[in-house]
Design a protein around this ligand. Structure first.
Ligand code: PSV
Ligand code: MN
Length: 427
């Protein structure tokens, strides 16, 4: 299924008068603050957020999986789903693949398919956290950190194979997320495990093309875990620093212990030019992989405050980070959830663009926390939804993506095409 531009436009026509009114009001508010709406719109349109191929189906809890039907059955259908999102929001112009779930059998055909939807290939992801049926050695006791050189070599070779697929498709980065760790105290020699991980990553780094980046994720725990090898941003940063200039830390919002100050981590990494990528999601308790902005929208805004400060710093040498959603959908329609997540990211980004940075710096220099808070909240309390809608409208997207999604019965159509019991590969 594809959504024609005319369909989107005819839906937009119906709500255009209301939109004009609210956007007109917001424009006047912004202009009073000496903010130029067209400049903001351009920035919002340029901000593309990659969709992970593994988030297009139903996720699962430890106790069950309740699929909603019409899940993509192939890589082509996954791209079709991202194409649907992009047709509606014009902000999801990239897909992030996970090998071996998404092996492209015919590279040229896959590239042409992506181009037909206006999609690029973002970071490719390796998987050494599951055993594949045809695999010689098991990852039960780790992969890049494993005590056995043969297991480590198998995991390194897999990562290099992922790079080759990514190269063929036009990706420019590899994301490594490891479930390596231990379940019981005393089980693992921490020092040796970290050293082996560094050595394995060195082999992967050396095998990447010269214009590629390596993103290293961190995560403090998994259920049943006592330790993870790359437990926090500091460990990831240590590895990335030792690997070289093209290795970076990737921040996944769900990979922190409760109440961690993630915005401060972002600032520190950008200061060190080591923030490579971002996985957006939200959580209440652990790595819940919920819709972005569903729980802690103010925290998201504070994170974007640091991201924008870093990106707008003329002296910063941090490359533009790779933006991606990493979520799981258990109750909601995955496509609706992704539309909500993208919008939440855009809202936080737009609000961070409104911050009066000169005044904020002055307040900080004066040690005036009251004013600093006023300045941040002035931006955060501004309803920028009409600005995001206008950015979509001007790019040819929908004023109200979810409304269009529902009115034209996208899920019903997908179920008709793919069946009620179609299953997507992924988490
Ligand atoms: C597991 O927590 C995870 O969410 C990692 O963040 C990866 O990015 C993703 O799964 C896919 O492997
Ligand atoms: Mn992640």
């Amino acid at each position: 299924m594809r959504i024609d531009a005319e369909v989107v436009q005819s839906h937009n026509d119906k709500t255009l008068p209301d939109h004009r009114e609210s956007f007109g009001h917001l424009s006047r508010v912004l202009e009073k603050k000496r903010l130029e709406p067209t400049h903001l719109i351009q920035k919002i349109q340029d901000f593309q957020i990659a969709i992970p191929s593994w988030a297009l189906g139903t996720g699962g809890t430890r106790f069950g999986r309740f699929p909603g039907g019409g899940e993509p059955r192939s890589l082509e259908e996954k791209m079709d789903d991202v194409g649907l999102l992009h047709a509606l929001n014009k902000a999801s112009g990239a897909i992030s693949l996970h090998i071996p779930w998404d092996i492209p059998s015919d590279v040229e055909a896959i590239k042409a398919h992506a181009a037909s939807h206006g999609l690029l290939f973002d970071a490719v992801n390796s998987n050494t956290f599951q055993d594949q049926p045809d695999q010689l050695h098991s990852y039960k006791f780790g992969s890049l950190c494993h005590t056995s050189a043969a297991v480590r070599k198998q995991a390194i070779d897999h990562n290099l194979e992922v790079v080759r697929y990514g190269e063929a498709l036009g990706s420019k980065s590899l994301t490594v997320w490891l479930a390596d760790g231990s379940s019981f105290p005393g089980q693992m020699n921490f020092r040796k495990a970290l050293q082996r991980t560094l050595d394995s990553l060195r082999a992967i780094y050396a095998g990447m093309p010269e214009d590629w980046k390596l993103f290293v994720e961190y995560k403090p725990y998994e259920p049943y875990f006592y330790s993870t090898v790359i437990q926090d941003w500091g460990t990831s940063h240590l590895l990335a620093s030792q690997l070289g200039e093209r290795a970076f830390t990737l921040v996944d919002l769900g990979h922190h212990l409760p109440n961690t100050n993630i915005e401060q981590i972002v600032a520190t990494l950008m200061m060190q030019s080591k923030l490579g990528g971002f996985h957006f999601n939200d959580s209440k308790f652990g790595d819940d992989d919920l819709t972005v902005g569903a729980m802690k929208p103010y925290q998201l805004f504070l994170i974007f405050n640091e991201l924008v400060a870093g990106m707008e710093d003329p002296e910063s040498t941090n490359p533009s980070p790779a933006w991606m959603i990493d979520a799981s959908h258990n109750l909601k329609d995955p496509l609706e959830d992704l539309l909500q997540s993208v919008e939440a990211i855009q809202l936080a980004y737009a609000q961070a663009l409104l911050i009066d940075r000169v005044a904020l710096e002055e307040a900080r220099e004066r040690n005036d926390p009251t004013m600093a808070q006023e300045i941040l909240q002035e931006a955060y309390r501004t309803d920028v939804r009409p600005l995001i809608a206008e950015a979509r409208l001007q790019a040819g997207g929908a004023l109200h993506p979810i409304q269009v999604f529902r009115t034209i019965s996208v899920r019903k159509e997908l179920i008709k095409e793919r069946g009620l019991k179609s299953l997507s590969t992924g988490l």
